[in-house]
Write a protein that binds this ligand. Structure first.
Ligand SMILES: Cc1cc2nc3c(=O)[nH]c(=O)nc-3n(C[C@H](O)[C@H](O)[C@H](O)COP(=O)(O)O)c2cc1C
Length: 191
């Protein structure tokens, strides 16, 4: 059996690499929150950063989206990814911290985004009704209005549920992390 510390390192390396690999399935993760009615809400988000040392995942979003409010009320989230080729599932539980445009972090990240990404924040509020008859072609220049709508979500991961599909020998391990990111009482479990 692979040492559990190797699994830990490899899982976080997989996530970190995925950030810059458009074809990597772990670049597109499902982030689930719970809404005010207690309804689970899952959606796909692009993973922007994964930091093994701190056990943090970074995502970007529009602060007018439903998830932003949901996370204010209940920051507990689950992030899920599956690699078809590697047959690996990573399920990460944690707490979401929100950084809006007034924060140093969101401001710094915003200025590092390419113009075409900034332009995705210039439209109407996500989820609002759209009148297609009045849609205008995308304007090129001014993305500055988007800055106030841009938010960064940092998920502080507290548990990695690692699952390797392997014919006849599926493997699963639970890897809890302390608040400072140390691996704490990792263990194998039945898959
Ligand atoms: C491949 C893919 C990547 C996406 N990436 C993001 C993203 O990085 N940030 C984001 O806010 N929404 C992203 N979305 C849209 C979300 O999945 C979701 O529909 C939207 O954020 C509204 O979610 P909410 O109403 O639960 O807040 C992406 C959608 C797809 C299909």
């Amino acid at each position: 059996m692979t040492p559990i510390q190797d699994i830990d390192l490899s899982a976080w390396q997989t996530l970190a690499e995925a950030v810059s690999q458009p074809d990597n399935p772990f670049r597109y993760l499902s982030l689930s929150s719970v809404d005010a009615d207690g309804q689970a809400q899952a959606r796909t988000l692009v993973l922007r950063r994964a930091t093994q040392a701190t056990r943090q995942l970074e995502f970007h979003t529009d602060i007018r989206s439903a998830k932003w409010q949901e996370l204010a009320v209940n920051p507990r989230v689950t992030v899920l990814g599956y690699g078809h080729q590697s047959r690996l599932q990573l399920r990460l539980q944690g707490n979401a911290q929100r950084y809006d445009a007034d924060s140093e972090l969101a401001s710094r990240v915003w200025h590092s985004l390419p113009a075409h990404t900034q332009s995705t924040y210039t439209g109407g509020p996500p989820g609002d009704a759209r009148d297609i008859s009045t849609d205008q072609p995308a304007e090129s220049a001014d993305n500055s209005a988007g800055k106030a709508r841009f938010g960064v979500i940092i998920v502080q991961v507290t548990l990695l549920d690692w699952y390797q599909l392997q014919r006849g020998n599926n493997q699963r391990a639970l890897l809890p992390y302390s608040i400072t990111g140390e691996l704490d009482a990792a263990r194998w479990v039945n898959p």
